[in-house]
Design a protein around this ligand. Structure first.
Ligand code: HEM
Ligand SMILES: *[C@@H]1O[C@H](CO)[C@@H](O)[C@H](O)[C@H]1NC(C)=O
Length: 577
């Protein structure tokens, strides 16, 4: 008799059970998402069903989709906590909080990811120990002798120095020169009569031109004598390397590892040949400021190899590092270049306006003043808008010690991710009331017409503070690693809250000590490249093909720069000057 109530529960038909379960789940979710913080002070937890693993699978499977889903479930939280494979991952949705995290680079660490890249690009056990020396980690391997040589930070300073000033100018010059050469080779100036129209996929054309020009600018010309396939190899690596990062077993998935090993082998050869050329006196070795030669390519390639070798990193580890750099350059900047070109050829008014800006920068029939190109208001605004609209940079960090920022507790050894694309598409930040075009899911070429002085000044300011914090807490701080005080233009005048939020919310290049050192080259490569292309070629979209394939959209399966997801068929011919 007493059992009756229980029994009656069991006799209820299954659909009602299911309904009750679903209701309970939503009630639970509702109660959680309306808590501003979890009971222990961490950002509110995203409910999950699978113990331990939590949302790990969704995150690996479709990072952009997952993050968007979380944001839509927690539209007013500045941060949330996600359970991923036994650890907490904090997703940061508030631009100010993101900036605070970037500034605290002593406690929100990037080095664990540097080490991961070091390992996955082929570094040996010994290389990893070298890299741990002076690295900022939650826990350093007790077997590693920390002697204050600051390998990782030193490399980062070296990188920064070799991608600015005269080094940057040389890299840009080589890039543009090669791009011109490649365009002229593919579309020769016809001596008799009109140049012919040719039909092709613009995405494919841009990819191959830009890949070749950036690899030659960085790695020199000799590499093509024994590895002409490198331009295709890099995109094969791009599509398979994420599987190595996700630790797919090589026995079941041999291809990514095969592609990687090919790259390492060829890049070891590349370095050997450059060293030989130096020994044989084919190139002068005594001038550390030598900017470019056919064997080492750009000074940055050479000095990076020498820096690694000086610290005892193996040939294999050095080749792996080169592979990472070539990949970073190709996989991020080329999709953004394609974005800008896509918008230009699909919008006749934009094309016309850009042409008039470009003609203002011309120094001859086919030559340009690069400094002028990258400061033209329309071109610059297009570039920033492309970064906003079609990059998805994750900015991962690991929390070193428990701390409290912006009203949240962040626990030691948890991970942080600042999903930049969410900040870049937030209506509250970007939409201007009464202006339809300003809706953040639309590409609006004029969005940044007031320039980016403030963006850059803020980045530099953030970087200085991050460097100071980073070094202040290090075991010992050698003099050459003390951050150089950069003269920052003060952000002029008071800024409205809206503008401030916009400044903080454009995050394609990350921030803090590890802010992308290649961002100035990327600007030149993308805008200089666009201007070069438009001066030399006429490009017309084929409407029937556009209807057939549909307008290409940014491919959201990727991180970093998002390449179009389908071909864009065009007619191309040499411009008659
Ligand atoms: C539009 C194109 C590019 C995008 C969107 C991009 C994005 C990024 C991001 C998100 C980071 C990590 C920042 C962080 O989480 O703090 C980064 C780092 C880096 N990027 Fe880029 N990047 C681009 C182009 C380039 C180019 C062309 C180069 C080389 C010439 C380059 C070289 C680097 C280097 C060396 C780092 C590591 C920074 C350091 O630790 O010193 N990037 N980039
Ligand atoms: C290309 O431009 C069109 C027109 O502005 C836009 O609708 C489309 O989303 C763009 N595609 C990419 C990949 O940027």
């Amino acid at each position: 008799m007493e059992l009756k109530p229980t029994l009656s529960l069991y006799t209820v038909s299954p659909p009602i059970w299911l309904l009750a379960g679903i209701l309970l789940f939503f009630a639970w979710r509702w109660s959680i998402r309306h808590h501003k913080v979890s009971s222990n002070g961490e950002p509110p937890l995203v409910p999950y069903l699978i113990p331990w693993l939590g949302h790990g699978f969704s995150l690996i499977n479709d990072i952009n989709g997952f993050v968007e889903w979380v944001r839509s479930s927690f539209p007013s939280s500045g941060a949330v906590t996600v359970q991923v494979a036994g650890r907490h991952l904090y997703l940061i949705f508030d631009a100010k909080l993101a900036s605070q995290i970037y500034r605290r680079s002593d406690n929100f660490l990037f080095d664990p990811f540097n080490l991961m890249v070091f390992r996955t690009t082929g570094g040996t056990k010994n290389d990893l120990e070298i890299a741990q020396n002076g690295a900022r980690l939650v826990k350093t391997d007790p077997n590693v002798v920390v002697d204050g040589t600051h390998f990782m930070h030193g490399f980062h300073i070296m990188t920064k120095n070799h991608l600015s000033g005269e080094f940057l100018e040389e890299l840009t010059r080589r890039f543009i020169e090669t791009l011109c050469k490649e365009i002229d080779r593919n579309f020769p100036i016809s001596k008799n009569g009109k140049p012919e129209w040719r039909t092709m996929d613009l995405c494919h054309l841009i990819k191959s031109l830009w890949t070749h020009a950036s690899i030659e600018a960085l790695m020199g010309t000799n590499i093509y004598t024994f590895w002409p396939e490198i331009d295709d190899w890099i995109w094969e690596f791009d599509s398979t390397f994420p599987m190595i990062i996700a630790q797919y077993p090589s026995l079941l998935f041999p291809k990514p590892y095969k592609v990687r090993e090919e790259g390492i082998r060829k890049l070891i050869d590349w370095e050997r040949m450059a060293r030989e050329a130096e020994e044989e006196g084919k190139i002068k070795s005594d001038d550390p400021n030598r900017l470019w030669d056919p064997y080492w390519g750009h000074a940055y390639s050479r000095e990076a190899s020498k820096f690694y070798a000086k610290f005892g990193v193996s040939e294999r580890g050095r080749a792996g590092n080169k592979m990472g750099i070539i990949w970073g350059i190709a996989a991020n900047a080329i999709p953004v270049a394609m974005q800008v070109i896509n918008q230009t050829v699909l919008n006749p008014t934009t094309l016309e306006e850009l042409h008039s800006e470009i003609s203002r920068c011309q120094t001859g029939p086919l030559s340009l003043d690069m400094g002028k190109v990258t400061t033209q208001p329309k071109l610059k605004s297009m570039f920033l808008e492309a970064l906003r609209w079609a990059t998805a940079s994750p900015s991962p960090r690991v929390v070193r010690e428990d701390c409290e920022i912006g009203g949240y507790r962040f626990k030691s050894n948890s991970m942080v991710m600042i999903p930049a694309r969410i900040l870049q598409l937030e209506p509250a930040t970007w939409e201007i009331p009464g202006n339809e075009q300003s809706k953040p899911d639309l590409f609006w070429p004029e969005r940044f017409l007031d320039g980016d002085q403030e963006h850059e000044a803020h980045r530099v300011d953030e970087n200085i503070e991050a460097e100071a914090n980073h070094i202040a807490g290090a075991p010992s701080s050698p003099e050459e690693l003390k951050p150089r005080r950069v003269q920052v233009e003060p952000i002029s005048g008071p800024k409205s809250k809206d503008i401030q939020r916009r400044i903080l919310s454009l995050r394609p290049f990350g921030g803090g000590t590890t802010i992308c050192s290649g961002r100035h080259f990327a600007t030149n490569e993308i805008l200089g490249g666009l201007a070069t292309l438009l001066l030399r070629l006429e490009i017309e979209v084929i409407d029937e093909e556009l209807i057939k394939h549909g307008v290409p959209q940014p491919d959201l399966r990727k991180q970093g720069g998002l390449f179009p997801d389908r071909p864009l068929m065009v007619r191309v011919r040499r411009r008659m000057s």
